[in-house]
Ligand binder design. Structure first.
Ligand code: COA
Length: 161
């Protein structure tokens, strides 16, 4: 008999500055690579939107999930208008499978839609493919290796309405 699904622990997803999620990004996305912090050049762009999920009502609480979106042409569909890249999706290791990732991804995609974006694309780690598919993304080409991280799929979600 399967266990009942746990209640989603997320109480808040908020837009934050990139500094608020740097430690979480480093722990989850660069674990074991020797890089102790994770910054992207797009973090300085005011159009870049980073979201963080926390488990309690205190906004200063450490984030347990994060996702970042910013306008960027889709590498495999460069002429497609309104393309945004999704990057740095991460949930704290002990808290996965409870809807934290779903909540921050929803916030990120909602933001892109509110900004008039038409397409959200990402380099998806192979282990995360099913997660993205569950949220409307599809694989749009051949898999490839991202140096130092591993195999990835090119994935995108086309926004309608
Ligand atoms: C990918 C990642 C961000 C997903 O975060 P998450 O918080 O576990 O996401 P969710 O809980 O919303 O969904 C994960 C799974 O739990 C399931 N789930 C979602 N809500 C649930 C709930 N309330 N109860 C039980 N299960 C639930 C989903 O069906 C999903 O299953 P899947 O893995 O087969 O797709 C997370 O696994 C992670 O940080 N991985 C390491 C870094 C990484 O790969 N990032 C992506 C880079 S492209």
């Amino acid at each position: 008999m399967s266990e009942p699904a746990p209640e989603s622990p997320v109480v808040a997803v908020a837009r934050v500055g990139p500094g608020a999620v740097e430690a979480l990004r480093a722990r989850v996305l660069r674990a074991g690579t020797g890089l102790d912090a994770l910054r992207y050049e797009q973090d300085a762009d005011p159009r870049t939107a980073t979201f963080a999920a926390t488990l309690g009502p205190d906004p200063d609480e450490a984030p347990v999930g994060t996702a970042t979106v910013f306008p960027a042409p889709c590498p495999w569909a460069p002429s497609e208008a309104g393309a945004w890249r999704l990057r740095a999706m991460a949930t704290e290791a002990g808290l996965r499978g409870r809807g934290v990732g779903a909540a921050v991804l929803r916030a990120a995609v909602d933001h892109v839609a509110a900004e008039g974006g038409r397409l959200v694309w990402c380099d998806a780690r192979v282990a995360a493919r099913a997660f993205y598919e569950r949220h409307g993304f599809t694989v749009e080409g051949e898999g490839y290796e991202v140096e130092g991280i591993g195999p990835h799929w090119p994935m995108a979600r086309h926004l309608t309405g």
